[in-house]
Design a protein around this ligand. Structure first.
Ligand code: ATP
Length: 844
């Protein structure tokens, strides 16, 4: 695109400007060089002093204007009147010339200082023209004056000769003037040719400059387009750079994220390894402890047998000495009075001897007590030895003293015996009071903690499982135990690409970190299990999606079922010393499709109802649930109940393998065998249940995940001494997987299963919510599902007889981020249950 010259001028990098006068000259119109007027040339040469030919200063033109008309001949001129004659200057020519030159110079001077505006130049040309006209007019006036006052005026008309002379002189003068005019013309022509060549030069210069201008313009255009291209390139490079930077940033963020995730994984791995190491160490410690205990037991046994041997030795020595004494006494009796004193000395020596023996016995007893307090049989035998010793002493006394003293001694001994019996009674009474106090305290503690409690447990990552959900435990170091958890949802992105990091905080009665072993979990449940012994009904329910660890926590090694049995057995043994006797029975049932099945019965008879029959016409359950409104007891008809304690002696099919041990179990000295029996019996119960479920699974897959199992323990206790009695039920429930299967996608048996599971789990939530509303038992919808109806008396409510119960909901979570939604719905269920407060539990 062509730009105006003024703009181009401004952009000229070199600062080169086209000669300012050239456009002016060119703009003067389409005049050719021949058309250029003398005045133009004069004006130009005047304005541009250095461009003018130096010769023009020397050979100034005469200043005479070219005759506008044809010159007259001399004869013609001679015939003219003086007024009409030519105006020939005398001195005025030079003056006019000088004037004209001066004027031109003046114009030039003034023009050179002025700008190159065409207007000003035009003014200069007009001035020059005016001056030339004035110069042309002036000489004519001078000639006329001269002619009148000088030459022509002095001659008389008749003086032809004089007038001829005048004419001759005038002619000569004119010739001179003509000659000078010719010179002047030559000079002017020379000047013109100089000007012409100068004009050519200038034209050439103009052309060169135009070409140069064009070149520069095209250079400029090129430079501008280069600049444009460079700017575009730079912008593109900038954009590329920005894009690269963004990519780099994204990559960097991703890498950081990956590194963080890797670190976390490593940390967790290390934690897991640490936990495994701790577990291994614990196992080793346990083994070492067991070995030490065994060693101790062996040592105790050795010491005991040694002690027995010593006692036997002492006894035989006593017997020998007694026999010897008896002989000596007899001899003494037979001897005379004189030897009585000697005998008395001997008796004294014997007495000393007996005292030292007594000291030995006491020391032996002290050693024995310190070694094993539980060896009550040994103590009782020691007591009989003590009695023997006392009788020996009394015999010695008898020998020593008279009849009266002997009877006094006897009375003292009887009193001491009565005192000992009274002390024993008082001790038993204190123990009973202590036991009652303990039960009350335990009840108070549990009441304070609430009748419905919720624990959360996350299982560790298994095998090659990866990508755990992020969980934080804000009060991990709390001395009261961890109760809070913050679960982070997997990072998502909004429609605008913004990162969304959701997290949810929860608080429960207890939160267990991933990897907490079963044993530690049970320690927190122990108080609740203990309260069953005290006569409360308790339910512990494992809730969570399939694979979250419900079965592992309930029936696995050190799980709640085996640990509860072992804890209850040790408590039963402890209470035996305080006068309490317990009977323990176990049943194991499954609730599947709203039907109760006996897991210890025959699996082949399960799931027999006609699928097509409607619910009302369905035949009655084989196992009916019945609640006694007076006792508050729940019974299920046709249910197998296995005696776990005391081990039965008369059932040939039951007890299972440790028959001999069981037979001896009623003997207090064989508690270990009895415990072994019960433990084995429980293992066998669990095996039988698992086997039955496997058989049933041929009809319905994944039976264990799709049904609820309930291990029911009934503990009946009585204290003959006080006439007190108690009955508590412990229900250990492994619920069906809580994952919500879409009913729309399920068909046939799976649809029915899903409906039954959803119904029973939501009924469970509703029942607990209703119990928490405080509207009373009448408003609790126990009957909405078989599960809640079966557990009615142990879900935290209060039975008609005023007996109330306790519940522990154990939420099991998968650690995987992929299972986040299921974990969240479990946590929401737990929060709903945890928010429910149910009043104080009462025992009847
Ligand atoms: N705390 C844990 N420590 C180690 N392994 C565990 C733990 N919890 C669960 N597991 C393992 O996870 C797997 C699934 O556990 P489990 O069978 O108990 O889940 P579940 O919830 O009972 O499933 P389902 O509902 O199908 O019966 C098992 O292999 C189990 O050994």
């Amino acid at each position: 695109m062509e730009r105006p010259a003024s703009q181009l001028e401004n952009m000229r990098p070199s600062g080169l400007k086209p000669p300012s006068r050239l456009p002016a000259m060119l703009s003067g119109g389409a005049r050719t060089l021949s058309e250029t007027s003398q005045s133009d040339l004069n004006a130009r040469s005047g304005r541009d002093g250095h461009m003018g030919p130096p010769s023009t200063a020397k050979h100034k033109p005469s200043g005479l204007p070219e005759p506008p008309t044809k010159r007259k001949t001399l004869a013609e001129r001679a015939g003219e009147t003086p007024s009409s004659r030519s105006h020939l200057p005398k001195t005025g020519i030079a003056g006019a010339r000088a004037n004209g030159y001066r004027n031109t110079s003046n114009t030039s001077t003034s023009s050179s200082g002025s700008s190159i505006r065409p207007g000003s130049r035009g003014t200069g040309l007009r001035q020059i023209a005016r001056q030339q006209q004035a110069a042309a007019a002036e000489p004519s006036m001078e000639i006329d004056e001269e002619a009148e006052s000088g030459v022509m005026g002095k001659r008389k008309a008749w003086d032809t000769k004089g007038r001829l002379e005048d004419m001759e002189s005038l002619y000569a003068m004119l010739r001179t003037q003509f000659a000078s005019a010719a010179d002047s013309k030559t000079v002017l022509e020379e000047s013109l040719s100089v000007y012409k060549s100068r004009v050519q030069e200038l034209t050439q210069l103009n052309r060169d400059l135009t070409t140069s201008s064009k070149t520069i313009t095209s250079d400029l255009e090129r430079a501008r387009s280069d600049l444009h291209t460079t700017t575009n390139d730079m912008r593109q490079a900038k954009r590329d750079h920005e894009r690269e930077m963004q990519d780099l940033e994204r990559r960097h963020e991703k890498e950081t994220h990956e590194i963080n995730a890797k670190h976390e994984k490593q940390l967790q791995k290390l934690e897991r390894e640490g936990e495994r190491a701790v577990e291994g160490l614990e196992k080793e410690i346990k083994q070492a402890r067991e070995e030490m205990e065994k060693q101790k037991r062996d040592e105790i046994a050795d010491l005991t047998s040694q002690h027995w041997e010593e006692l036997d030795e002492v006894k035989s020595r006593h017997a020998d000495e007694i026999a010897k004494l008896q002989g000596e006494i007899d001899e003494l009796r037979r001897s005379d009075e004189g030897r009585a004193a000697e005998s008395a000395d001997q008796v004294q020596a014997l007495k000393d001897n007996i005292t030292s023996l007594q000291t030995q016995l006491e020391a032996g007893n002290a050693t024995m007590n310190s070694l094993r307090k539980q060896l009550t049989s040994v103590e009782s035998q020691s007591a009989s030895l003590e009695q023997e010793k006392q009788s020996l002493i009394s015999k010695a006394h008898f020998l020593e003293g008279n009849q009266e003293a002997q009877s006094l001694e006897f009375t003292n001994m009887s009193e001491k015996l009565a005192e000992a019996v009274a002390a024993k009674e008082a001790t038993i009474e204190t123990l009973r009071r202590e036991e009652m106090l303990r039960r009350k305290l335990n009840a108070t503690i549990l009441e304070l903690k609430g009748n419905i409690r919720v624990f959360v447990r996350t299982r560790p990552l298994l095998g090659d499982e990866e990508d755990p959900a992020k969980v934080e435990y804000p009060d991990l170091d709390s001395l009261e135990g961890t109760k809070e958890m913050v679960v982070h949802a997997p990072t998502t992105r909004s429609a605008t690409g913004k990162e969304r990091n959701e997290k949810h905080s929860y608080a429960f009665d207890r939160v267990f970190t991933a990897g907490t072993p079963n044993r530690s979990v049970f320690e927190e449940c122990q108080e609740l299990v203990q309260s069953v012994i005290d006569g409360y009904n308790v339910s512990i329910l494992s809730y969570g999606q399939t694979g979250s660890g419900k079965t592992f926590g309930m029936s696995g090694v050190d799980g709640i079922i085996p640990s509860s049995i072992s804890h209850l057995l040790s408590e039963i043994r402890r209470l035996k010393e305080k006068g309490w006797d317990y009977v323990v029975e176990a049943s194991f049932v499954e609730v599947y499709n709203e039907m109760i099945n006996d897991l210890l019965g025959d699996a082949k008879s399960w799931d027999t109802e006609d699928e097509s029959a409607n619910t009302r016409s369905k035949k009655k359950d084989k196992h009916e649930v019945h609640h006694d409104p007076i006792t508050g007891k729940t019974t299920v008809s046709n249910l197998t109940a296995r005696a776990l304690w005391p081990p039965p002696k008369d059932d040939s099919s039951w007890p299972p393998p440790v028959a001999e041990a069981a037979a001896e179990a009623s003997d207090a000295s064989n508690v270990d065998e009895a415990t072994a029996y019960t433990t084995k019996a429980v293992d066998q119960l669990l095996d039988t249940a698992a086997k039955n479920r496997r058989v049933a699974a041929t009809k319905s897959n994944e039976r264990s995940s799709r049904s609820h199992s309930i291990f029911m323990l009934t503990l009946k206790g009585s204290c003959a001494a006080t006439g007190e009695s108690s009955e508590g039920v412990l229900n250990l429930v492994d619920l069906a997987g809580s994952e919500r299967l879409k009913q729309s996608g399920a068909e046939g048996s799976r649809l029915k299963e899903t409906a039954a599971i959803n119904k029973s789990l939501s009924s469970l939530g509703d029942v607990i919510a209703a119990l928490g509303s405080g509207k009373g038992e009448a408003h609790v919808p126990y009957r909405n599902s078989k599960l809640t109806y079966l557990l009615q008396s142990s879900l935290g409510g209060t039975a008609a007889n005023g007996k109330s119960s306790r519940t522990l909901m154990m939420l099991h979570l998968s650690p995987l981020a992929a299972h986040w939604q299921e974990s969240r719905s479990s946590l929401l269920f737990g929060s709903k249950v945890h928010g429910t407060h149910i009043g104080t539990a009462k025992k009847r």
